[in-house]
Structure formats: structure tokens, C-alpha cells
Design a protein around this ligand. Structure first.
Ligand SMILES: Cc1ncc(COP(=O)(O)O)c(C=O)c1O
Length: 403
């Protein structure tokens, strides 16, 4: 079965994981990451969500409103809540699925402390317009509004030629195995301001536990398991276990907590050297990974325009396609159709955060129809770098069988 995603791990990552650990592995990864994304510095975390929470703490935000899209990964709002702040939801456009910037402008109040600008599915948000909106609001209210560019889906995405993570006060990255670059788990913040990066690093080192050898071994076991798990042959079994049994669900419960506002138990421990070394190996093949994603997306966009009822995404310059999202009239029918032909479709993002029970009280009176619609109608076609041209052609053929 063709998996919906696949980390681009091969012998390089395994060799990197097995190398002798060094105390400088994490710092080296931070430096290489900063260089790759043209930042002055970067600070590594166990998860992206921990990074966001600690950033909000360092800049001294409490009881402040933090604007973010409703159509995003729920852990963003978990980080906002757990840092003692208040989530404010904004709806997305139906073109590139990013926040509607008119609504961002309207959502800013004297209590706004930060905006998490998510570049969903790798589509760059208009960072120039966002900057204008924020500058005007800062002048109006006489207070700083922090901008966090959420690039967890948007490694290397550019708006008018400029890396989106370069703008704002920090770039936020997630590094789990579903991400474009992976360090097994992990998160990263990039900064233009070295002083701010130092403050965040100090806060991290004071607040997080070392993690220890057991965490490193568990990470190694997890890495090793990804090789067979995402291979086309055994993946059918993984798919079966996910959809027909509760086993995988139970194993991933700590990570996946859509309904409950809490972090996984190991979110309070440092990134381990093994993760940093795997991340370094990934950065070395970064150019190829992005190129391959764009190639898959371009072919899908060119060849699937006539599938009845499908709304394809745009393929703008500067998008890097963590996903290839397609709006379909009946998601379950599409998922079943592809599964029957041996392809696992993604259903990301499968919820609208503002509609989740834990967050409903924060979205009262806010209209989020697009977020709700997308959460019920979106599929993602596989675009991982190791998807072969023959597999992509097969996916296109299967899509064309839909009536
Ligand atoms: C859009 C977005 N932002 C932030 C994150 C946070 O990353 P992590 O899972 O490492 O906490 C994710 C993770 O999946 C994400 O999809």
C-alpha cells in the first residue's frame, strides 16, 4: 500500500543515529538549521508546541490574546493555553487555506499579544500585508504584537522570493516524522535577533529536563520502526492496525490529544543528540526533498483538473507542499476508493480547532465556516520525496476512476 506520508529516511539517518553522541550535536543542528533558513540563530526543542509555549513565556505574554487560524494543528492552541494566554480564532481562505488577513486585521484588539501566522500545507501567507496590519495595530494600541511564522508545514516557503520564516520575531518548525525535515521528533525556533534567541535558549535550559539515555533509546527504536512501517509492503498491515484495531491509536494517544489541552509527557525534556544528528542528515538532502515535493504537486495539478467535484490547490511560486490538499464532495468515499486501490490518503487537517469542545468557548460569536468545511472535505494526496514517478502515475490513474 502507498502510505499517505513517509519520512525520507535511508541509510544516512540510520548511520547518523548510530554515531557516537557528542555534547555539541544539538548546537550544531541549531547552527546548520539557522544557516539553511537564513536566520541569525535557532533554538531546538523536543516539540514545536514546546517551542511556541516557551517563546510566549519568554516575551512575557500572559492573559494576552493570541490570534491563530482555526484550521491548523490543535497543538498551536494548546501551546497558547498552556502559556497562560487566550486563543483567538480566525477563519481561512478557500484558495490557499491560510488565515484570511482581513479577519486578522479585524481580530486585533488592545489585548492582542501575538499572531501565529501559519503557512498551511506549505503555502506562503502574504507576510508583507501581515506586517503592515501589525505595524498599524502596534501604532494604534501602543504595544508590541509578536509575530510567529508557523512554518511547521512550510519549510523553505517563500513569499515574493523571501523566506517566510525570515519575517516576524520567530520562525516555528515541527520536526516529527510527518514533517518535511525530521529529527524523529523535535521542534525549532529561528530568530533574526540573536539576543532574543539567547533569552529563549536560557529559558529552555532552565525549564527542560535533560531527557536521558532512555529517551535516546526510545527515539532510536522509533526511528528503526519507521523503516519497515512505511515500506509499501508492510504498510498494508499498519493501515489495517490503524483503521481496524485500536492498537496504534492507543500507542499514539500521548501525542495526539485533540480534545484535551495538554502536552505529551516528554514535552518537558530536551531534544536528544540522536535527534539532532538525524536532523542534520535530513538537512543535507533538503534541496532534493523540496524539489521532489514540488514536482509531485505540479504533476497532480496538471493532470487532475478534470476529476469530477475535486477542487485542486494552487501551485504558486514559493510553495513547498508539505501536503497536496484537495477539497472533495465526499471525503469518506474518496478515502475508501483509494484504499481499495492500495493508496492511503491523508485527511489533514481533520478538525476545526474553534469547533473542538475544549475551544468552543473561545470561538463563540466568531464565524468559522471555511475552517469547518475544510475540516470535513479535505484529502491529501501523497507527495513525499520517496514516492516514485510510477506510484504518482498510479495515484493519478486511481483518481481518474472517480465518478
Ligand atoms: C501547523 C503546525 N504548527 C505547529 C506544529 C507543532 O509541532 P509539534 O507536533 O512538533 O509540536 C504542528 C505539528 O504537527 C503543525 O502541523
Amino acid at each position: 500500500m502507498i502510505p499517505r506520508l513517509k519520512p525520507a529516511f535511508d541509510g544516512d539517518e540510520l548511520a547518523a543515529a548510530l554515531r557516537q553522541p557528542s555534547r555539541t550535536d544539538v548546537r550544531q543542528f541549531e547552527r546548520a538549521f539557522a544557516a539553511k533558513f537564513e536566520a541569525a540563530d535557532a533554538v531546538a526543542f523536543p516539540y514545536g508546541r514546546t517551542a511556541l509555549k516557551m517563546f510566549l513565556e519568554v516575551v512575557g505574554l500572559t492573559d494576552a490574546e493570541v490570534i491563530a487560524p482555526s484550521y491548523t494543528c490543535v497543538v498551536v492552541q494548546h501551546a497558547v493555553m498552556l502559556s497562560g494566554n487566550i486563543p483567538v480564532f480566525v477563519d481561512n481562505t478557500m484558495t490557499d487555506y491560510n488565515m484570511d488577513l482581513d479577519q486578522v486585521a479585524a481580530a486585533i484588539t488592545p489585548r492582542t499579544g501575538a499572531i501565529v501566522a501559519t503557512h498551511l500545507f506549505g503555502f506562503p501567507l502574504d507576510i508583507i500585508r501581515l506586517r503592515q496590519i501589525v505595524t498599524e495595530a502596534e501604532q494604534r494600541y501602543g504595544r508590541k504584537i509578536w509575530i510567529i511564522q508557523d512554518c511547521a508545514h512550510a519549510f523553505g516557503a517563500r513569499w515574493k522570493g523571501r523566506l517566510v520564516c525570515e519575517d516576524g520575531d520567530a520562525g516555528l518548525f515541527g520536526l516529527n516524522i510527518s514533517k518535511v525535515v525530521s529529527s524523529i521528533f523535535g521542534g525549532m525556533l529561528t530568530f533574526n535577533d540573536r539576543g532574543l534567541a539567547d533569552r529563549v535558549r536560557q529559558h529552555r535550559d532552565a525549564g527542560l529536563q535533560p531527557g536521558g539515555l532512555i529517551k535516546s533509546w526510545l527515539r532510536f527504536a522509533y526511528l528503526a520502526a519507521t523503516y519497515p512501517a512505511f515500506h509499501t509492503l508492510p504498510y498494508g498491515l499498519v493501515h489495517y492496525l490503524q483503521y481496524r484495531t485500536t492498537l496504534l491509536d492507543r500507542l499514539t494517544k500521548a501525542y495526539h490529544l485533540d480534545e484535551e489541552v495538554r502536552f505529551p509527557p516528554d514535552a518537558g525534556t530536551q531534544m536528544r543528540p540522536i535527534e539532532a544528528r538525524v536532523g542534520m542528515a535530513q538537512l543535507r538532502k533538503y534541496g532534493w526533498m523540496i524539489e521532489r515535493r514540488r514536482e509531485h504537486a505540479t504533476r497532480y495539478a496538471a493532470e487532475l483538473a478534470a476529476v469530477p467535484g475535486w477542487v485542486l490547490p494552487p501551485v504558486p511560486d514559493g510553495a513547498t507542499f508539505s501536503h497536496f490538499p484537495v477539497r472533495v464532495p465526499d471525503r469518506q468515499a474518496a478515502v475508501d476508493h483509494f484504499a481499495r486501490h492500495g493508496v492511503h490518503l491523508g485527511e489533514v487537517v481533520e478538525y476545526s480547532v474553534g469547533h473542538l469542545p475544549a475551544y468552543r468557548r473561545f470561538s463563540e460569536g466568531v464565524e468559522l465556516p471555511n475552517s469547518l468545511y475544510c475540516s470535513e472535505h479535505m484529502i491529501n494526496l501523497p507527495v513525499h520525496p520517496q514516492l516514485s514517478d510510477a506510484q504518482r502515475r498510479r495515484i493519478i490513474e486511481i483518481a481518474r476512476l472517480i465518478r
